[in-house]
Design a protein around this ligand. Sequence first.
Ligand code: GAR
Length: 200
Amino acid sequence: MRKIGLGILISGRGSNMDALIRACEQPDFPAFVSVVISNRPDAPGLKKAEGRGIATSVVDHEKYPDRADFEKNLQKILDAHPVDLICLAGFMRILGAAFIRPWEGRIINIHPSLLPDYKGLQTHERVIADEKKESGCTVHHVIPAMDEGSVIVQKKVPVLAGDTPAMLAARVLEKEHEAYPEAVRILAGKLKGRQKVGIA
Ligand code: GAR
């Protein structure tokens, strides 16, 4: 089986990254993790990835004068690894069009709401405040507009009476860990082998 290489971008805890790493450890899963990159040097996810023998790298956004420079360095790391698909997994930086365009179709994100509802931050707080009966998560293609781009996988959970944002977040997160590997499997079937591209 031809496997695709994943470049996973994180900013923090890395539980979705971990779910992807674990999926990739299954022999019949059509992907492997090439590299995990964090924009924060202290992201706990980095240690988790290292502990599982995955190459990691830090591109600290605070060290670069502007977004273009940050993204150029991000691209450099991606170029140094066999990456067919970028998976944003709790990556909390907005990427610009110059970075995204060459990757379009091969860069995806996970978001803790049923997009197109509740784009942006504080999703669970807003869902509870609006007294919604249902929430969930979405894996979607990344385009140069935040939390837009076509949906690949969506999973729903009920919002229960008395839910706090943390309780709802935990219920949604369980579904995120199922949804992300599912989405990667779907895309692996569509991407024809390795086709690494870089920004010229
Ligand atoms: C996840 O809930 C993910 O959906 C969310 O951040 C969390 C990261 O957790 N992403 C966003 O809100 C992106 N807009 P993790 O680091 O444990 O995967």
